[in-house]
Every structure is written in structure tokens, then in C-alpha cells.
Design a protein around this ligand. Sequence first.
Ligand code: GLU
Length: 290
Amino acid sequence: MSRPTFRFAPSPNGRLHLGHAYSALLNARIAGRLGGRLLLRIEDIDPGRCRPEFVDGILADLDWLGLTFEASVRRQSEHLSDYAAARDRLAADGLTYPCFCSRGQIGADIAAREARGEGRARDPDGAPLYPGTCRGLSPEERRARIARGEPHTWRLDMEAALRTRTDPPVIRRFSPDDGAQETVAADPARWGDAVIARRDVPASYHLSVVWDDAVQGITHVVRGQDLEAATDLHALLQSLLDLPAPAYHHHALIRTESGEKLAKSKGSEALADLRARGATAGEVRAMLGF
Ligand code: GLU
């Protein structure tokens, strides 16, 4: 059997906070326990939000925490053509469609549906499900609008995708204590027609993450519970693209004293700030139980 392979996969759209440190340290601890190796991946496909200085900051923070990673760092922005090929394969299989809706239009369509008492369904992140506006466009209209250069995302046609599966997708979970595994059923339908490729980039998080976990030979994914529901969609994409699926452990999130989730967007204190205020890496590790 190949060596268990773990990864820490931060997005350089801000500075790392305690939640990231916990996730990275937990990956390292479980990898050590199961005799595995740990890789680093920089998830920088979002050109609007990712910045090189955040990458430098991430590398400095991880080094400060005493974490080391094997092999070279994979940067997603260097592999966009791979994601485009995966996107095109799903399109060739008739499992995706181009969606020309703007955010505003989706919002208006959803409001109209809700006013009629239809379409109140939400995805696991709480966002209303896409109402399917572009699903029924004719092949001619799609071709013409793409030829005109109309911006579009690509959405998975969830019903069509599920129809191609004889067995529903499953997720393997593993115990962080001894690696013991169990299999549970995935429920990707709750994501509706999810975006698998953005307007500006030939992938979304969901597509690039399953592709890279496969390419990097990841056998064990350790990440926060905020991504647990997304694993249902990942299981389906892995199955549609014939990609190997890792086993998963979703850890509890580190919260503020008032119970709120830490987030870059909320300005949660960055590791770099703790460091600047004189905290040592040992203190941060101890605070997080390492
Ligand atoms: N890049 C994601 C983040 O920073 C994590 C993705 C993953 O672990 O699957 O939240």
C-alpha cells in the first residue's frame, strides 16, 4: 500500500489565523500517527482575492509553527489547463451547461419563485439553490451566446449527473485516532446545479480540489467541518471523473470566545499579529492543544 498522504491547502486570500494553524497542526499530527507524509497546496485560483504577499505570509507562518512539508508546493494557478480539461470532459459527457445568469438575475429569479411559493430550497451553506434558468437553453443558443463572448460559468446538471451513476456516491471517513474507516452515503443533490467552473477561471473550488487531491495522491483529507457538506459534491465529481477518492476527517472549528467561527473576512487575529505581539510558536501550539 502506498504511504498515507495528507495535505494542508490554504487559500492565499488573507492571512492565516488560529483556525488554519489548528488544521495544519492536526494534519501533521495525524500524518505522524498514521506514518504518512504531509504536502502543501496553495489554492490560488481566485485572481480577484489571492495575492502573492499572502502566499509569502502563509509560508512564513507555517515555518514559524515548525511545520515542514514534503515535496514541492503545488500552486493551483499553475494548473488551470488541467482543470479546463476536466471541465471539458464533464461538458462532453453532457453533464454540465453554461450559465449566463448574473448574480442579480439569479437573485431576481429566486425572489420571483419564492413569491410564487416555489423554490425555497437552500444548499448546505444556506444559499438558495440555483433555479435552473439556463438549464433548458437550446444547444444553438448556448453556442451563439458563447461565440458572442457572453461571460458564463459552467454548472453541473445534477439530475443528469446522478442519472449516470448506477450506485449513489459514497464517502469514506476515517478516525483520526487509529485511521479506521467507515463508508457513508453522500447526498450531492442537496447542492443542486453547483458551479464547477467560474467565469474567469476554468474551475471552481469543488473541481480543482478533487482534481488536485487525485494528482497529489492524497489518501487522507483533514479539514474543517465547514467543508463537510461539500464532500458530498466532491464524491460525485470524483466518481464522474474516475478520480480516486481520499478518506476524510472533518474537524471541529476553532471559535472565538463568543462562539463565532474565525474568518479572515471578520478580521480574526492573524498568526502574524500574534507573533508581532511577542507570542511564541510554542505558546500558539499549546493554546491549540499541540
Ligand atoms: N482552500 C480551502 C480553504 O482555505 C481549503 C480546502 C480544503 O481543505 O479542501 O478554506
